[in-house]
Each structure stands twice: as C-alpha cells, then as structure tokens.
Design a protein around this ligand. Structure first.
Ligand code: PRT
Ligand code: ZN
Length: 304
C-alpha cells in the first residue's frame, strides 16, 4: 500500500475530519452516528477512536479541514462548500492531494451573498465598481467580480464582516447568510448570491489506498442509505381496487407501491416509500381520492 504523500504514515483506519465546535459539529456527528459509527472520545476531545468500525474522527477548526485532507493527514472531511471552494480558489494547496466534493449532506445550508446598505437603490452588480467590499471569502468574491467584469477593492476580514459598512471600513460586504437576521440588524440587504452552500463530504479526487478505499466505500454506501431516505416516509393505507389508480396519481414522488389483496378480494392494502413531504393537507387529498386508514411512518435506514 502506498501513500500519495511519502511523509504521511500509511494507515489502515479511515480518518474523518469534522468541525470540533460550531454549526456543523453536532449534525456531522449525528449523521455519521446514523451510519452506525460509534467512537470513544479522547480526554482532550480532539480525537474519537472508532469502536464499531476502523473509522476515526479528528475534531478540528473547519478552516483546517481542506488542508488536512490535502496533506494526507485525514482522508475525508465534513465541511461547508464555502470553505472548500474558498480553499480551492485561494492558490494555497497545502499538499499533493486534490480535493473534491464527494456528497452534499443536506445540513448547514446558507448562501454566500453580496450585501449592500439598505438605502442603496440596487440596480445591479455594476454598482460595485470602484467600491470597497469586506469579506472572509476573498477568493470566491474575486472570482465572481472577475466573472461580472467588475473592478472593486476586496477588504479581507476574518470576522464581524457585517459591521464594516457601519464603521466606514467598507461600502458593501460579501458574507454567509442564512436567516438574514444579521444583515437586517446591520441595515444591510443581500443583493447577489454568489454561492449556495451546505455541508459536504470532501475527499481526494484520486483513489485512496485499497484498505482505506474499502472503508470509504462502506461509509459512502451507508451515507447514501441515510441521505436517500432522510426526508422519506413510509405511507401505508387501504383502498378499493377501483380507487387505487386515483390515489397513486397523487403520489408522483413515491416509489411504486407494494399491494396486498385483503380477504374481501375488493380491498387492497398498499405501502409506498414517499420521498416528498406528507402533510395533513396531502393526507386529506389522498383520503378524498379513496385512501383509508392512512399511516405515515418514519424510515430509519435503507439498503438498496
Ligand atoms: O471555529 P471554526 O473555525 O471551526 O468555526 P467558524 O466560526 O468558522 O464556523 P461556524 O461554526 O460559524 O460555521 C461553520 C459553517 O456553517 C460555515 O462554514 C457554513 O458552511 C455553515 N453556515 C450555515 C454558516 C451559517 N449558516 C451562518 N449563518 N456559517 C456562518 N453563518 C454566520 C454568517 O457568517 C453571519 O455572521 O451567521 C451570520 C448570518 O446568519 P443569519 O441567520 O443572521 O443570516
Ligand atoms: Zn472557521
């Protein structure tokens, strides 16, 4: 087995970097936990030794995750797409491994947006020409400005970006937005989204050594099983033969239902995995179309 980086010892346990403290920390651990992984945490809370599988966690700052994978010290990581793309655009590769997004994980959603003072009458990106824009994402902002053909000054700040306009440090900002409350509290308004982000599983674009590759494939298989059914529900109901088609037509986001005839020969019991939301309103529509005894059940895991 060879390591892409001769300075990194060859390992036979997969190492996943996740955020130690912060927004992605708890959901990342919960997601990996739902893949059947359990760990014993080191007393300094920096490392979790995998007990159920040879898959360990390294708990770090999110900004360090791309570099740890590039240098081969970790094999994969859970990180915001914003951090991954900023790192890729920053001309600062820290090791021999190229990174890519292996899976989008469906949590930590936010947008990287350009925001301007509320009293600007926004007419379009051309208004940013010659202006000072504060951001913690200089590489992504630079690329976007270049794509728009705009020459503006980028002011790199590591935090509290949203107060820069009020302090007179900058004219506009480019920062992460989720609810928009922080912008509103600072009399700013988002005018252009330059990246839609969420937590992703990042890994090398080249194959891992065979032993680690096998572990990574197991992890991906389980992740896919969890992600695929995360918003899915098992729908169980009964319907008369003549009404089944009308009910099934209301379930375009469901897999083909399994059908069992009941003793009366006229009624069918059906169950279907539904990938969209099953709201009360939707249940009422299904009932009107002929579904009876509707039950909506959570689905914990699935192996295709
Ligand atoms: O200590 P460490 O370096 O690991 O953590 P951090 O402070 O750099 O990161 P953290 O925990 O704040 O965010 C981790 C990741 O969560 C980010 O890289 C994003 O991928 C994702 N994420 C999702 C967010 C937000 N939503 C978010 N709203 N990261 C930051 N914010 C901040 C934003 O910068 C702004 O200050 O929240 C504020 C805006 O929020 P709203 O709801 O008021 O719009
Ligand atoms: Zn950070």
């Amino acid at each position: 087995m060879t390591s892409p980086n001769p300075q990194v010892a060859v390992r036979d346990r997969l190492r996943i970097a996740i955020q130690k403290n912060g927004r992605l920390s708890a959901p990342a651990r919960a997601l990996l936990g739902s893949c059947g992984l359990t760990w014993r945490e080191s007393p300094d809370h920096l490392f979790c030794y995998g007990e159920s599988a040879p898959i360990d966690l390294l708990l770090v700052r999110d900004d360090d995750i791309p570099g740890l994978i590039e240098s081969g010290l970790c094999d994969v990581g859970v990180v915001g797409r914003n951090v991954l793309r900023e790192h890729a655009g920053s001309d600062m590769p820290t090791g021999p491994v190229m990174l890519e997004e292996w899976r989008a994980l469906g949590f930590g959603s936010c947008r990287l947006s350009v925001a301007v003072p509320q009293d600007w009458a926004w007419q379009g990106p051309a208004q940013l020409a010659g202006k000072r824009i504060a951001t913690s994402y200089p590489a992504l902002l630079k690329r976007w400005l270049h794509g728009q053909g705009i020459d503006a000054q980028i002011l790199e700040l590591s935090g509290s970006v949203e107060i820069a306009p009020r302090l007179g440090q900058a004219d506009a900002i480019c920062d992460l937005v989720s609810s928009g409350a922080t912008l509103a509290a600072n009399q700013l308004v988002a005018v252009e989204d330059i990246l839609l982000s969420e937590a992703v599983l990042a890994g090398p674009s080249t194959p891992l050594p065979p032993m680690l590759r096998e572990l990574a494939e197991t992890l991906l298989r389980r992740l896919d099983g969890v992600l695929r059914i995360r918003d899915s529900r098992l729908l169980m109901f009964q319907a008369s033969r003549g009404q089944v088609d009308a009910v099934v037509r209301l379930l375009p986001d469901a897999e083909t239902p399994t059908q069992y005839p009941l003793e009366d020969g006229e009624t069918l019991a059906l169950q279907a995995l539904c990938h969209g939301a099953v709201t009360w309103q939707r249940m009422e529509e299904l009932k009107r179309a002929g579904a009876r005894g509707l039950m909506v059940l959570p689905v914990e895991r699935m192996l295709a």
